[in-house]
Design a protein around this ligand. Structure first.
Ligand code: HEC
Ligand code: HEC
Length: 413
């Protein structure tokens, strides 16, 4: 025991300073690594979500969309598919042609203006100006020839790319290609319009949102009438519990994460195009829902809780933690209790400090949390300013997301 006692006052001071510096270094170290820790957490979380998605996919989707996601003839379109991910095999050439065409239009207008000036009967140009105009016309002619050559090169390249993708076109890539392939009768403009509006699956079907939204919406609502378009299939069903299907919202998100993980960005190759056994077809009329995916939870607390019970919506604390930390930025305010009540201890605080107040006599902890998130203005915790906590979370989250966050907060004893 005596050995632990530091006798001299100097040694104690030294010890104190050393410990203080040590703690500061530790705190700094933790702060520096917080960002990396968060990212690692997000990666792990995404990794787990993809794994769960892979299992669901194998058991529910592979039968139609193929084990590797390449689709099957007249049964279901490929999802492991560069065209679905927005990689346009002739996009570069189409852009080059469109840009050169735009320049051509401008050069032609300039030429016409100069010709009009040259031949003006009212106010003919003088000899010097005539020479100037002729020189400018020569210059314009050369520029027009250059743009024309660029267009010819890009058209030839595009034809070459399409030839390597012959099999993919047979498998449904560019489904309406036949309608413009006869350039004699359709004209160049229509070919350009065709490529601009069929380069990717999302432009082809006219979906204005992103791919994640497209996949999630398709899974939720299904595609009524798609069996007519795919004769070897019973069609794409509505999978969401909200539409009478078997899947919860978090499972739909897992499936979307799994599918999106197939993306190769800019590194798709023609082999990838040839691997797809069936490309997406034009949709059956009215099969693409236009409303945004799932409705928001709103701010009717009793209504929200009743829906959760009725639809058996169960929150996932792990998903909730991610939403709380990353997607909705709750942690930004709720860390350490400086600008908002600390996340840690939420449950204990509610039980001992909030629910003992007369106005919350009949509340459950869950109900109190739901109200705090969707209607923060109804009750403001002592010592914090009202109006700081954003009041629109109910409009920004789905029922499932709200339930996930509540489930997470319920773990904060
Ligand atoms: C019975 C066959 C069948 C099953 C099982 C099936 N799908 Fe589909 N799916 C289709 C058909 C057919 C389409 C095309 C619908 C259309 O074009 O309107 C489609 C379309 C899609 C699309 C949109 C693709 C596009 O290019 O427009 C996605 C995403 C999708 N399915 C995902 C899934 C997932 C995930 C599962 C598993 C939960 C699944 N599907 C199960 C038949 C099926
Ligand atoms: C801009 C800062 C800010 C953000 C972002 C924020 N909050 Fe708050 N939150 C507060 C403040 C301040 C309070 C306390 C005042 C009050 O009751 O409105 C509070 C109160 C709460 C309470 C009640 C706590 C208690 O002890 O009674 C809960 C639960 C809560 N917030 C959850 C959330 C969730 C979930 C999110 C993210 C979806 C979030 N907050 C985002 C500032 C914020």
């Amino acid at each position: 025991m005596n050995l632990l006692v530091i006798r001299s006052i100097e040694a104690r001071i030294l010890m104190g300073i050393t410990m203080f510096v040590g703690i500061m270094i530790l705190v700094g170290w933790v702060a520096i690594n917080e960002e990396a820790r968060m990212q690692a957490f997000v990666r792990q979380h995404t990794g787990r979500s993809i794994e769960r998605g892979a299992e669901l996919y194998a058991s529910l989707c592979s039968e139609c969309h193929g084990e590797d996601g390449y689709g099957a003839g007249d049964r279901a379109p490929g999802l492991n598919n560069p065209h679905l991910f927005g990689f346009d095999p002739v996009g570069e050439q189409t852009v080059a042609i469109t840009t050169a065409n735009r320049t051509l239009v401008r050069l032609t207008e300039d030429t016409e203006k100069l010709l009009a000036e040259f031949t003006a009967a009212e106010n003919p140009p003088g000899a010097d100006r005539q020479d100037e105009i002729l020189a400018q016309l020569d210059e314009l002619e050369a520029q027009i020839a250059e743009q024309q050559a660029q267009i010819d090169t890009a058209v030839a390249e595009r034809v070459a790319v399409l030839e390597t993708l012959d099999t993919a076109v047979d498998n449904g890539l560019f489904p309406l290609w036949d309608s413009v392939v006869d350039i004699e009768t359709t004209g160049d403009d229509e070919v350009e319009i065709f490529f601009n509006s069929n380069g990717t699956r999302l432009t082809q079907v006219g979906w204005a949102g992103d791919l994640h939204g497209y996949i999630v919406t398709t899974l939720i609502h299904g595609r009524p009438g798609s069996a007519r378009v795919y004769p070897n299939s019973t069609g794409m069903a509505a999978w969401s519990q909200t539409a009478g299907g078997p899947l919860r919202q978090d499972q739909i998100e897992d499936l979307a994460a799994y599918i999106i993980n197939w993306d190769k960005g800019a590194n798709w190759t023609s082999e990838d195009f040839l691997a797809v056994a069936q490309y997406g077809k034009p949709l059956a009329d009215g099969s693409l829902p236009s409303e945004p995916p799932p409705p928001p939870a709103g701010d009717n607390v009793a209504g929200i809780l009743a829906r959760w019970a009725e639809m058996e919506i169960v929150g996932s604390p792990a998903t909730g933690e991610l939403l709380y930390d990353a997607e909705f930025g709750c942690t930004d305010c709720h860390r350490n209790g400086a600008s908002a009540p600390d996340t840690v201890g939420t449950v204990a605080r509610i039980r001992t400090e909030r629910l003992t107040l007369p106005q919350f006599a009949s509340y459950t902890i869950e109900e109190y949390i739901v109200e705090s998130i969707t209607r923060p203005g109804d009750f403001v915790v002592d010592g914090y300013s009202s109006g700081l906590m954003p009041a629109n979370f109910g409009a920004r989250m789905t029922d499932q997301q709200l339930a996930d966050i509540v489930a997470y907060l319920l773990t904060q004893a």
